[in-house]
Write a protein that binds this ligand. Structure first.
Ligand code: ZN
Ligand code: ZN
Ligand code: ZN
Length: 331
């Protein structure tokens, strides 16, 4: 029997209909990298990107492929998305609202080597990547007056990546993005209801019964959420309550680097060549520590496509229950 589940945070409904992934499919998808593609992120091609904003790793030229002198570098996006907003003004007819795009759109190149997934990074590269996330989250409100910055990663063409070389992006906006605003509102309500942070409760719960627990370390857990929108959706959360990602201690970041790699490696072991997205949800810069909000990384493996029913109804159809996904990831 298909089951409907409601996500307490987004109040979105998800339909769990097992067996749908066995439906016959007449289509075949073949995506290949163009043979003439020149990678702007490889060592030696630094001049192909706008001037760098930051770089990490030893700068004496002894690290990186061919002595690139960097392991991770941050550059402005050459083709920024217009996701950031200035002051919204209605037009003369009072029908549409538009505004000038301001803010920041940066790219974090994760390795001087041409690799594509987070799991192919060296421990040092992925640790610097975590440091780069925190640094940019601290720097963005100062450089551009942003209120929020969303760090995310696209791996594989099905996940929207246009460049194969491992990279993350960070978009600074002068408004809190609607997904995050929704989570902030819902988690404030849930704090009153549960007398506890919703995310802390989820962590506690999963550590008690373990039904949706995919992985665990000293400071972090990976959980397949109760109303997962996608098969094998995984959330990584700190076990201790923390609202702002950029306030994590260096030792925690180091542990997170290894943990995130381990979780994605388990996903890739089940689904080789997996395309995926992840994004970091953290509290807005200008807030003090929040009791109701808890930063987390949401990982979305791209195993299914969003079709007419999802777009039209706003419900997701997920063929794999999170309990089964978590059990498969735990081994
Ligand atoms: Zn490359
Ligand atoms: Zn919490
Ligand atoms: Zn979230």
């Amino acid at each position: 029997m298909p089951q409907l589940r409601k996500d307490p945070l987004s109040e979105r409904w998800v339909i769990f209909a097992e067996g749908r992934e066995e439906r016959p499919n007449e289509f075949e998808r073949v995506e290949r990298r163009r043979p003439d593609a020149r990678c702007p992120f490889c060592a030696g091609h630094e001049a192909d990107t706008p001037p760098q904003l930051a770089r990490y790793g030893r700068v004496d030229g002894t690290d990186g492929e061919g002595g690139a002198g960097w392991l991770v570098r941050v550059v402005p996006n050459k083709y920024p998305a217009l996701l950031a907003h200035g002051r919204a003004e209605p037009d003369a007819h009072g029908l549409y609202v538009a505004c000038d795009a301001v803010g920041a759109h940066e790219v974090i190149v994760e390795s001087p080597r041409h690799v594509s997934s987070l799991t192919q990074l060296t421990p040092a590269e992925v640790q610097w990547l975590m440091v780069a996330y925190t640094d940019r989250l601290r720097a963005l409100p100062r450089v551009s007056g942003c209120k929020y910055a969303l760090a995310f990663k696209n791996v594989g063409p099905e996940a929207g990546a246009s460049i194969e070389h491992a990279h993350s992006q960070i978009v600074g906006t002068t408004m809190v993005p609607s997904e995050v605003a929704r989570e902030l509102t819902a988690s404030r309500r849930l704090l009153r209801q549960l007398r506890q942070c919703f995310f802390c409760r989820v962590v506690e719960d999963e550590l008690t019964h373990g039904a949706r627990l995919a992985a665990i370390s000293d400071r972090f857990v990976a959980v397949c959420p109760y109303a997962s929108r996608m098969p094998y959706e995984v959330w990584v959360l700190p076990r201790e309550h923390a609202s702002h990602f950029e306030q994590q201690e260096p030792e925690a970041l180091e542990e997170l680097a290894g943990f995130l790699q381990r979780v994605i490696a388990r996903l890739e072991a089940r689904h080789p060549q997996l395309a995926y997205n992840y994004f970091l949800h953290t509290a807005p810069f200008d807030t003090a520590r929040l009791r109701h909000y808890h930063w987390h990384i949401e990982i979305f493996p791209r195993l299914t496509t969003t079709a007419g029913f999802e777009w039209g109804a706003g419900y997701y159809i997920n063929p794999v229950p999170p309990e089964q996904a978590a059990a498969n990831l735990r081994w």
